[in-house]
Design a protein. Structure first.
Length: 369
């Protein structure tokens, strides 16, 4: 699909609205972009023991991760016999070392290789050789599990340089964290509208009073590209204005806020006090996306502070953003809309949309045939 975009000398305009309303472009993303980028699957703590597994979906493809000793393997969730799904939801291995299809009981080792099936002795040996579940490239990243359906994709540290080092610096105990709370909301907008809204703070002072006055100092906010990552940095509010207590002496970054948006659909976010939370965008149609906010504590222990912060976030920033992006989606369908110029300040800062310029170039690249 050819899209017309207005360009003036020295001015960068926003994307053509078809990027947000065209089902053809959305299908192109499903069969291209989402199958060739690193996508969040789950947390390693969801499958701690051999045989433990959890299922998930990417671009309509059913997949599952399963623990094989110290390694998490990911496979397409389909038996190689007659295409029945192998597993559902999440399960515990309980000492089992095989994956058994519920249709005809063909079984596979935890590495995906075919083990046996009822009466399969009548099948010539050469026909059974090499039968195995179709693997998916998998990488653990600070306890988080990501997959890439492109077998030739470069590793995450090439896509997102320095991110793991920085995350560990901001959250020294990240390997001990486990999820305790996930808040998911459906937004009636294209996934890119929601991601773009997250990727600038130009709107924060106007629309996010609690975040802008009780968590961060907007005047110190900036976003810069780092490979296929957008790195957000800012300072926290003065202690008497913070909406929750923090210990500035805990470590070097106790008083800092930072986030790392990993193109195209995931973000790590660290609030002052070294509080880790995450964003995960799961597109379900051209004009609907499920956005999940994850919250974590050491060993997954309950925390009133984290719970209250999650509720505050849902009732303020998240709720405020829902109305913004859904109104924007309606605007993309309005015939009177003419893509306007981005506000790009060479010095960056909170009132600049330079991060959107970078993001929209990734969007253009991701929509190429």
């Amino acid at each position: 699909m050819e899209l017309s975009e207005t360009c003036d000398a020295g001015v960068v305009h926003t994307l053509d609205p078809a990027y947000y309303t065209s089902d053809a472009i959305y299908q192109q993303e499903c069969f291209g972009l989402f199958m060739s980028t690193w996508q969040f699957a789950g947390h390693a703590s969801q499958a701690p023991n051999p045989g433990d597994y959890f299922t998930f979906e990417i671009a309509g493809q059913s997949l599952f991760c399963i623990r094989n000793n110290n390694v998490l393997n990911t496979f397409y969730n389909v038996c190689q016999h007659r295409a029945h799904q192998l597993v559902q939801g999440q399960g515990q291995g309980q000492g089992k070392k095989t994956i058994v299809c519920p249709y005809h009981a063909w079984s596979y080792n935890l590495d995906g290789n075919l083990l046996r099936g009822p009466n399969t002795e009548v099948i010539p040996a050469q026909a059974k050789e090499g039968i195995c579940l179709t693997p998916v490239r998998t990488q653990e990243f600070c306890g988080f599990v990501f997959v890439n359906l492109d077998d030739n994709a470069e590793p995450m540290d090439v896509w997102f340089p320095e991110v793991e080092i920085q995350l560990r610096d901001f959250v020294p105990n990240i390997d001990a964290l486990k999820p305790i709370e996930t808040i998911s909301v459906s937004e009636n907008c294209n996934w890119k509208a929601s991601v773009e809204n997250y990727s600038e703070c130009y709107h924060c002072r106007i629309n996010h009073r609690t975040f802008a006055t009780g968590v961060i100092k907007p005047g110190t906010y900036d976003i810069q590209p780092q490979g296929y990552c957008l790195r957000h940095t800012t300072e926290c509010q003065n202690l008497d204005q913070m909406s929750y207590p923090i210990d500035l002496d805990a470590n070097t970054h106790a008083g800092d806020y930072s986030s790392w948006f990993l193109w195209p659909t995931f973000s790590f976010q660290v609030y002052p006090g070294n509080v880790l939370n995450t964003y995960h965008w799961q597109p379900t149609s051209v004009d609907e996306v499920m956005v999940s906010r994850g919250w974590y504590t050491i060993d997954g222990k309950p925390s009133d502070l984290i719970h209250d912060l999650a509720v505050q976030d849902r009732e303020t920033t998240v709720e405020e953003d829902i109305h913004l992006v859904e109104s924007q989606q309606r605007g993309f369908k309005n015939r009177g809309y003419r893509p306007g110029p981005l506000v790009i300040d060479p010095s960056g800062g909170v009132n600049s949309e330079h991060s959107i310029q970078v993001l929209q170039q990734w969007i253009r690249d991701g929509c190429e045939p």
